[in-house]
Design a protein around this ligand. Structure first.
Ligand code: MN
Length: 256
């Protein structure tokens, strides 16, 4: 049998499960908050056009308004100034939308320290245990943060500002410049830690990944349903011409 025939039969028998890694997209979906001097991303909003009524007797449909970076979304290289001449979201090669993924679990560390940062040593230790990172794959950072579904819990403002886990600048540089990965995925509203405005450089995951033609996935859920290695992630953003990112339905194929 062909590989695709085998895949279809494995999906049908349940030996490959499809796991939804996407947060619900509504007006309640948490969004990134920047300091007030900067422009702000929009919440997701539905605007009803008609619902089996005078405006359209047999049909229901909506317009919607949203930020490109609202909810579960894909960061294109041109999102950051370091990648300003690189691919927009509509130009990211489609091969990137189907990619192997590994899951680094730092849930325990984040329970102790909501500002926890993943370092190169954590990734090295993962490789010692599970083998090398996948070529053109995703490193999914499992922090448990997706349990925080409200705006306040997700942003977790403290006296020092937004307080949420992420990756150190050194690790972000290593992932972008040394690793075979195509990007990282996180459970927080953006790929960088809450305190990353004060890192050197500021927002290092964005600065290094985008600058090296790599990608980000933010606000993922259900990473606890994935094995450390072996999942295949399908994340296919809207083909927004010239856009910097897009809400995306992210799913994973997992062998059971
Ligand atoms: Mn983003």
């Amino acid at each position: 049998m062909s590989v695709l025939t085998n895949l279809v039969s494995a999906l049908s028998s349940g030996s490959i499960e499809v796991v939804d890694l996407t947060a619900p997209l509504s007006n309640e979906t948490p969004i990134l908050e920047l300091p007030p001097e900067f422009g702000q991303t929009a919440r997701f909003e539905l605007q009803e056009i008609s619902r089996y009524d005078d405006r359209g007797p047999a049909w229901y449909w909506n317009n919607f308004r949203t930020g490109e970076h609202t909810g579960t979304h894909f960061d294109a290289p041109n999102h950051w100034v370091t990648g300003k001449d690189k691919a927009d979201i509509g130009s990211v090669p489609v091969a990137a939308f189907v990619a192997p993924a590994v899951v680094l679990d730092v849930t325990k560390q984040v329970e102790e320290d909501p500002d926890f940062l993943i370092e190169v040593d954590h990734v090295r230790a993962f490789e010692e245990e599970h083998g090398p990172l996948p070529e053109n794959g995703w490193l999914l950072c499992r922090t448990g943060w997706s349990a925080r579904t409200t705006q306040a819990d997700m942003i977790n403002n403290t006296e020092t500002g937004p307080t949420s886990p992420g990756m150190s600048a050194e690790c972000a540089r290593w992932v972008a410049e040394q690793s075979p990965l195509q990007g990282i995925g996180v459970e927080t509203v953006g790929t960088d830690a809450g305190a990353a405005h004060s890192f050197d450089p500021a927002f290092p995951c964005h600065a290094f990944l985008m600058g090296n033609d790599k990608y980000g996935l933010a606000q993922l859920q259900n990473l606890d349903k994935l094995p450390p290695t072996g999942a295949v992630v399908i994340a296919s953003p809207l083909k927004i011409v010239g856009g910097s990112g897009s809400p995306v339905r992210v799913i994973a194929l997992v062998e059971r």
